[in-house]
Design a protein around this ligand. Sequence first.
Ligand code: ZN
Ligand code: ZN
Ligand code: ZN
Length: 470
Amino acid sequence: MKIYGLTSEASFILPSIETLSIDDLLDDTATVKGAVLHYTHSNKGKLHHWVQRIRQHPHPRIYLMPLALIYETEKPPASLQKQFDECVSASQLVSASTTKSALFERVAQWLERVPNLDKDTADSSIPFKILRLMASRNKRLEPILTPHNNNGFVYPAIEGLFERNDDSPKNSLDFLHKQQFLGREFFKRAHFCPTCDGAFLNFIETCTDCGAENLKKEELVHHFKCGHVDNLSNFERNNQLVCPKCDERLKHIGVDYDKPSVVYQCRQCTLQFQDPVLKVQCYSCESEANIDDVNVADIYAYELSAIGLNAALYGLDALFTSILQTDLQLYSHREFKSFIHIEKARIGRYKKSTSCVATIYFENLDSIFHRLGKRTEQLFKEISAVFKSVFRESDVISALNESVFIILMTETSEENANLALNRLKTAIQDLFAANLAAKLSVGILTRVHRIDSESDLNLMLENALKVNHK
Ligand SMILES: [Zn+2]
Ligand SMILES: [Zn+2]
Ligand SMILES: [Zn+2]
């Protein structure tokens, strides 16, 4: 596994780092382990684009690769640094080589846990890529404030996944949070333009009567002794404060006088008032709005949930199968076929045994996911426990896909197989009833096929999906 260097300078040489072009890097899904990008005065502008090309690649080995930013004398701006997993100076990298070991190993180890990583893998869903980026780093996703996009904030670690500087990152994170894949924590409350969602707003105080912006703001002075209250400017005389009513000099605030509040005077209509009308104007779209119409929204930092971690490894829909896999032993389709083959031969030879194949089909299992969010995992665990209690160790269980299961029940009559399946069905339907709203029903279709020398597994599976459920 190799670590590559990307630079536009011929003189960029680091021990054990081979430099190559971005196109070569994107082609190497077999041996690439990570990349070190060189920050120089001349390629500053290219770096974000390089990060985008890497993070927007569909292959997990490419878009998940650890990226380090290396600089010589001039330090890169924070907004760029945070798009990288690490930022080190060239001298640091040579001496400590921390970047090369810890981070690069951690991501490589996580990638080893991803099933079927190299089988024509292409991850096209951006939310899924976010989950994988977060899971492979095991890091919180934090926003930073920025003047460079309309929202006023950005999540630099996932910025490269997106083509444009718009709302998409926020929307993807919202979606993942609603699905319970991400937990979130309050980061900041901010005000946004009701027209364009822009964060850059000018808060304007206006006249309560004529709406003008040109106001004069002044402090009020209260003379304790005579009780006179007036604008500060009316007390000012030759750099001293003198009461316009009683002509006494005011020396000490708190002793002679106080300043109870401020007043505004409109320079257009001369009206004086205490509370001006607050308005906002957006710097981006120039529209004006009343302060009450401004959108106030919270910005969050995000963290992967246990269910998100699982989805990052197995995909967004393979959760049920992965839980069953942990709790029960699931055989592959091929292994299952050879078990059937052996069973057919055995039954043909001894003519005494009866064995059955049961098929179970869950209709719209994925809807549970959308409805239950993080409770899904618990429910799936409970269903898995039902499977465990109904089937015996000698039964062979295989998953055709996320919702179709086939079970070889050895030495079991059709009658007993049906009894077992009915027990399973009742128990699972009870679980659904306890966990799901009535309007969301998950159908379970079951069927039992007795094995004889004529049994055809493909036919059984075809029939599994045709049964009318009661
Ligand atoms: Zn006015
Ligand atoms: Zn006075
Ligand atoms: Zn606006």
